[in-house]
Design a binder for this molecule. Structure first.
Ligand code: HEM
Length: 378
């Protein structure tokens, strides 16, 4: 692993330009080779990247294999794809020794796995640092599929991701599988009722009961097109065929249902927004960087998210008055456009403020954190 030096370094598209020119080609060829042999590795690589970024940001801490590490936690039990990352790392060490971080490898492998499964391509800025701290107890908040939508929203918000990102990234469940252990509680004795989860489609319930006789068996997350990266996952939710309770709940909660609905109609919306949300996921800060930003008067995570649209910086502040006034105090040139987005989107009130002018944009961009081109809530 490369050393976790300062996390101030910016992510950039040219990090390996002179030091490891063909880094993306090398990673792609390896991922392709592995996925060709075993197509089930494509979803596993995507999930591995998510679990990495979900704890201390995308720092490859999920790869550290010692007692008490994230990898040893219960939620990591069914993670796969470690051998692919090791193989890529070994190849890169031969071609460009001590240059490419494992966190960048994980990020790129997840993107390539998406493409190989028929999903979209997106470009990746590089320069993530590998962390040295990996603690099983810090995985306690990583979702396991039994959470409420509020808990999921809060978890995503704590990482700088919003409701749209939640619904779109859950769409990764359009491929891949789950152990039956994660869903058996829905099939026989849901919440101590001795009955199945009433929200499961009866035909689908029969199918699941047949498939999931043993906890150690696997079942596809998308029963209809298990290996294709498409919008079938969202169509399944409409038919009460979400495998995880957290999948199905996306279609019953008023904050997430309109988004799931829209994505089910429009596959290009899903592809485009999936790319955008994956870039955001891959740029998650670690806690220390967030604290640094806070010291600079910028609140990330729960309160403020920054986005670029065209050449303008946007911040979306669910708790508007507090953070907007803080920003205004600090930067007098802040122009604010408070819009009650719930009028348009049905989301909870999410004022949007825009800071115009290249200066702020450049200044903040140089900080890189959370700044990724993304779709701004209308
Ligand atoms: C929204 C909260 C999420 C929950 C509650 C959740 C939960 C789960 C669970 C329980 C499994 C099956 C684990 C097992 O084998 O028992 C799973 C699999 C998977 N998850 Fe998620 N997940 C979430 C978000 C995500 C995100 C954001 C991504 C990626 C962007 C993702 C990608 C995947 C993939 C691809 C699989 C299949 C893995 C394989 O086939 O090896 N999940 N998830």
């Amino acid at each position: 692993m490369l050393d976790a030096a300062s996390s101030e370094d910016d992510l950039s598209y040219s990090v390996y330009q002179n030091t490891c020119q063909d880094v993306e080609g090398i990673i792609y060829n390896k991922v392709k080779e592995w996925v060709k042999k075993d197509p089930t590795l494509a979803p596993s690589l995507i999930r591995l990247h998510f679990h990495d970024c979900a704890v201390r940001g995308c720092d490859a801490s999920i790869l550290l294999d010692h007692s008490g590490s994230e990898r040893s936690a219960n939620v990591s039990k069914s993670l796969r794809g470690f051998e692919v990352i090791n193989d890529i790392k070994a190849e890169l060490e031969k071609k460009c020794p001590k240059t490419v971080s494992c966190a960048d490898i994980l990020t790129t492998a997840a993107r390539d796995a998406t493409v190989l499964a028929g999903g979209p391509f997106w470009t990746i800025p590089f320069g993530r640092k590998d962390g040295r701290v990996s603690l099983a107890k810090e995985t306690a908040t990583v979702p396991v599929g039994r959470e409420s939508i509020t808990t999921l929203i809060e978890f995503f918000q704590s990482k700088g991701l919003n409701v749209l990102d939640l619904v779109v990234l859950s769409g990764a469940h359009t491929i891949g599988r789950s152990t039956c252990e994660s869903v058996q509680y829905r099939l026989y004795d849901y919440k101590g009722t001795k009955k199945p989860d009433p929200s499961i489609n009866p035909l689908y319930l029969n199918y699941l009961r047949r498939k999931c006789r043993w906890a150690s068996e696997n079942v596809y997350l998308d029963a209809i097109t298990a290996r294709t990266f498409d919008v079938q996952y969202y169509l399944n939710l409409k038919k009460n065929m979400g495998l995880l309770s957290t999948d199905q709940l996306l279609y019953s909660d008023s904050r997430t249902k309109p988004i799931a609905d829209a994505l089910s109609f429009e596959s290009s919306l899903f592809s485009n927004q999936f790319s955008v949300s994956m870039v955001k996921l891959a740029n998650i800060l670690d806690v220390r960087s967030s604290l640094r930003l806070k010291r600079m008067g910028i609140i990330v995570g729960r309160t403020t998210l920054f986005k670029i649209r065209d050449n303008d910086l946007f911040c979306e502040a669910p708790e508007a008055s507090a953070s907007v006034s803080k920003l205004s105090m600090k930067y007098e040139s802040l122009r604010c456009l408070i819009r009650i987005s719930s009028e348009v989107t049905g989301f909870p009130v999410a004022p949007i403020c825009s800071i115009s002018g290249n200066q702020w944009w450049r200044w903040l961009r140089s900080r890189r954190h959370g700044l990724v081109p993304t779709m701004v809530v209308p």
